[in-house]
Design a protein around this ligand. Sequence first.
Ligand SMILES: [Zn+2]
Length: 220
Amino acid sequence: MDSHMIKDSYRQMVVDAGNTMVSLGLTVGTWGNISVRDVETGLIYIKPSGMPYCDITIDDIVVMNSKYEIVSGHRKPSIEFHFHIGIMNARKDVNAIIHTHPIFSSAFAVTRQDIPGISEDFVQIVGDKVINCEYSLPGTPELAINVVKGLGDRNAVMVPNHGTICVGADIPSALKICHVVEKSAQIYIYAKLIGDPQIISEPDMRAMQDFARNHYGQGK
Ligand SMILES: [Zn+2]
């Protein structure tokens, strides 16, 4: 591996995203993990296993390829590298993956319920709903198969009794998905306490997704 293919800027993205994830309360301790793919080289930069986010520097980031091989780094990669690389291989539109252990969406993962499409931001950028994939033990190749299948073409999936996985074209997009999924889970739980939450209709979901994809933003 040519060392010039390894980019410090990508290592730094993983370090920074980890600190952001902790500061937003989306995980605790060493749990959760992050990866980002450099589309130019196809290399995937991933968090090291079992290190507190505040201790991780760019020298600790592990670089892997699409064949699940380590190409650079002296640390062991996150035990969840199977699903990070599995998702990257299955979804060419995904270049960043953030796996969180959050509170509100975990309530859905523990009760194995879907997070339904109840708010505009959620249906525009996450999908019609977020489902639980089939249960498997953490860090196993079986979990990776179940995660890829459960994610499908949505931008988030829950792992039963474990946590949430959010994906995006880059780190800011994946972080936004984490935020919106967690917010929607919180809203739904609160809404259930005071009444009967209404789900957005399928035609309206499609219309909002089309608008977000094709017309929203400056210059569209
Ligand atoms: Zn986890």
